[in-house]
Structures are given as structure tokens and as C-alpha cells.
Design a protein around this ligand. Structure first.
Ligand code: FES
Ligand SMILES: [Fe+2]
Length: 405
């Protein structure tokens, strides 16, 4: 772990950061081959497929593939390529970037010729099997496995046939830093997504610093421009980084009447109210009551925000993931995780929190296409980064190093 700014700058350098290669087709191709097809990627959450037989199909446009995540009879989540080993049809027809469903009878049937697979991936039935040239080795005709593992309630996959690291090795010090956070209490989520005309790194970097909060979010977070914010406690864990975000005088951020009333609803409910006592020791280590969230940037494409309900209407955590499509476009997914609402008022309050996030995220994503378009001019060949943008510096460094292969 590296946790002093001097140490961090000694590793990353402190000068302007070159960006002349950042948006090229060549760098995109290297990132896909040497990063996205090699490392662990978060693709889902346990509560999305809570019961045996539930599945989620997730498209991974950078690899021209989609992955079936399915919960087996043994309750384990497994991952398979969504391609039939007979002639290559999609086993599950897809309706978009993500498709959800239930394997009836705990089997998945390819609709082309009717091959049947169980939720552990084995082929269970091949129509007219006797007419295939013998011997037909059904042990080799199951769904094509993808490496799959979990960290807390997050589901990760690795497309490499032989991953160089386990998920735990890949996450490294992130595990001990965040384990203990009540991830598992959040059993309800809402997701926003959009295809954005920007390179995935432009999007990732925009969410990796809080320098922009007082300007971009001045309208959705009234009073934030007058509040004293502090981003601090920077740490590097290998290619991952993290920092804490505090809003001193958060009382100066006056909520609207509606937001205030709905926040009261959540603050009265034991499962939604602030729970700073549940934070692991390394998050908000001084137990400050102006803690807003800690936001780790998980290499390569995910920014998390872990809150404790302070300066927030209720317990929540949320994350942003950026998936490359090509060098000029990406898919952004922003997901809010909550404790399930127990009453209509809690449902309304959570929906309101969701809308506040949506408004803020529209402001965030609104800069990305402009940033990308302007950078495409090639006029700018470097970024000048301040201390609070050190996680941008860290991600850029880690991505460039890993992309070399
Ligand atoms: S392609 Fe799936 S059964 Fe033929
Ligand atoms: Fe933002």
C-alpha cells in the first residue's frame, strides 16, 4: 500500500500527464487485448439473480461476446459464454446490454436445434443424438465456461482462459481495506446506463475525482459551492486507488423541502438510517461525522462510492462502470444499491434519492462527450492534474502500463 502523497508522486510522477496516445485505435486495441480480456471485471451483483435458476446475460461489446451468469441448484453462480457449442447460436436470446430471466426446470434450451443445458453448463439432451457420427462425447459439449468469482456480493468474471491471478490476488489490499462494509445488506438496486460518445477512460476519469463537484454539481447539490469539501486519505493498492470524501459544514447544503421530508422518512427507518458504526476501520478512520463517502477506483473500469448515510438521505452505495465499445464510444452503467423499501413512503424516498443521483450523473456524463470531442482535435497533448485528481493519474498510469502487455 502507498498512502502518502509524496510516496504516490514518487511512483507516478507529478508532472503533466501525456495524453497523445489516449484516444487512438491502437491504444484501444491494446487495452482490450491486454487488460479487458485478461483481468477480473465486475459484471453483476448477487441480488440480481437471487434464486436457483435465475440468470443474467451481460453483453461485453469490447470482446464481441456476452456472458450468461446463472445460479445453479447448488446456489453457486457460474458464468458461460452465451454461445451454443453446436453451431454457435446464442443460447439465451438477448434484449439489450443486460437480459434477465429464469431457467425453467433449471435448464437452458437453445432454440435453434433444441440442445438442452443444465445450469452447471453440462449438455443434458441432444435431439436425434444417434444421428451424429459416433462417438459423441457429451462431456465436451457443454457450455463454454468463463472464470467467475465473487467479492462480497459483486460478481466478477475473467475472460482469460488461464487468469494470471485469482480475484483476491487481483484486488490485493482492497479486500482488507473494505471487507466488513455492509455490502450484503443492500438487496435492491436501480441502474442507469447510456452509450456515450467518448472513450471509456474519459468517462472513468470524470468520475475519479471530486475537483469538479463545486462547479458541475452546483445546481443539483445546492450549497455545495459554499461548503468546505475535502478529498483525502489517498491510497494506492497496486493498480487500484481510493480516497475519502468529506463535506465540512454539510449543513450549508440546504436540501429542498421535498428532499428534506423524504430524508426524514429514511432516517427514521432502522435499516435505512445512517450507520457510521458499520464502516470498516480503514474507511473514515478518524470517525469524522462529516464523512460523505469513500470512493475507490477499481482497476480497470469501476468507481465505487461507499457511504454511511451521513450527509446522505439514507444508507446507500453506488458505482459506475465504463465498458469500451470502440476508441470513440463506451457504455456507462451507474448503479445505486439500497436496502429494500418496506413501506410506500420508503419506496418514494428511495426513488427520490435515485432521481437526485440521476440529475447529478446527467451533469457528469454531460461533460464527457464535449471533453472527448475537444481532445480529438489533438491540440492538447497533456493533462495538468492537481492533488485531488491523483486517482486519475493513478488510473492513467496503471492502464498505460498494463496495456503494454
Ligand atoms: S446452434 Fe444451438 S442447438 Fe444448434
Ligand atoms: Fe460528479
Amino acid at each position: 500500500m502507498i498512502d502518502q502523497m509524496d510516496e504516490i508522486y514518487a511512483k507516478l510522477g507529478r508532472g503533466p500527464v501525456p495524453i497523445d496516445e489516449m484516444l487512438t485505435r491502437e491504444s484501444h486495441d491494446r487495452e482490450v487485448e491486454n487488460i479487458f480480456k485478461k483481468v477480473w471485471l465486475k459484471v453483476g451483483h448477487l441480488h440480481e439473480i437471487p434464486n436457483a435458476g435465475d440468470y443474467k446475460v451481460k453483453q461485453l461489446p469490447f470482446a464481441n461476446t456476452s456472458i450468461i451468469l446463472v445460479r445453479g441448484r447448488d446456489n453457486e453462480v457460474r458464468a458461460f459464454h452465451n454461445i451454443c457449442p453446436h453451431r454457435g447460436n446464442k443460447v439465451v436470446p438477448e434484449t439489450g446490454h443486460e437480459t434477465f430471466g429464469k431457467a425453467r426446470g433449471h435448464v437452458l434450451t437453445c432454440r435453434f436445434h433444441g440442445w438442452v443445458f443444465d445450469t452447471a453448463g453440462s449438455v443434458r439432451q441432444i435431439p436425434q443424438a444417434e444421428r451424429f457420427p459416433a462417438p459423441l462425447d457429451t462431456n465436451c459439449l457443454g457450455l463454454l465456461t468463463v472464470h467467475c468469482d465473487r467479492w462480497n456480493d459483486y460478481i466478477f468474471i475473467n475472460l482469460d482462459r488461464q487468469p494470471q491471478q485469482t480475484l483476491r490476488e487481483f484486488l490485493g489490499g482492497i479486500v482488507s481495506h473494505f471487507d466488513g462494509y455492509p455490502f450484503g445488506d443492500a438487496d435492491y438496486s436501480r441502474k442507469y446506463s447510456a452509450v456515450i460518445k467518448c472513450n471509456w477512460k474519459v468517462g472513468l476519469y470524470a468520475f475519479s475525482e471530486a475537483y469538479h463537484v463545486e462547479t458541475i454539481h452546483a445546481n443539483t447539490l445546492p450549497g455545495v459551492a459554499g461548503a468546505v469539501t475535502e478529498q483525502t486519505e489517498y491510497k494506492l493498492y497496486g493498480p487500484h486507488s481510493t480516497s475519502g470524501y468529506y463535506v465540512k459544514e454539510s449543513g450549508s447544503m440546504k436540501p429542498t423541502t421535498v428532499t428534506g421530508r423524504l430524508a426524514e422518512v429514511l432516517h427514521r427507518a432502522p435499516h435505512h438510517r445512517p450507520h457510521p458504526e458499520l464502516l470498516p476501520a480503514k474507511v473514515n478512520p478518524s470517525r469524522r461525522n462529516d464523512f460523505m463517502f469513500e470512493f475507490p477506483v477499481l482497476f480497470p473500469n469501476m468507481v465505487m462510492h461507499l457511504c454511511a448515510g451521513l450527509a446522505y438521505p439514507g444508507m446507500t452505495h453506488f458505482d459506475h462502470v465504463f465498458w469500451p465499445i470502440d476508441e470513440n464510444s463506451c457504455l456507462w452503467e451507474g448503479t445505486n444499491y439500497y436496502r429494500s423499501p418496506q413501506t410506500p413512503s420508503e419506496y418514494l424516498a428511495i426513488t427520490h434519492t435515485d432521481a437526485l443521483h440521476r440529475n447529478a450523473w446527467l451533469e457528469d456524463t454531460g461533460t464527457m462527450e464535449d471533453t472527448h470531442a475537444a481532445m480529438m482535435s489533438g491540440v492538447l497533448d497533456r493533462m495538468y492534474l492537481m492533488d485531488d485528481e491523483v486517482m486519475v493519474r493513478a488510473s492513467h498510469h496503471a492502464i498505460n502500463e498494463a496495456a503494454k502487455g
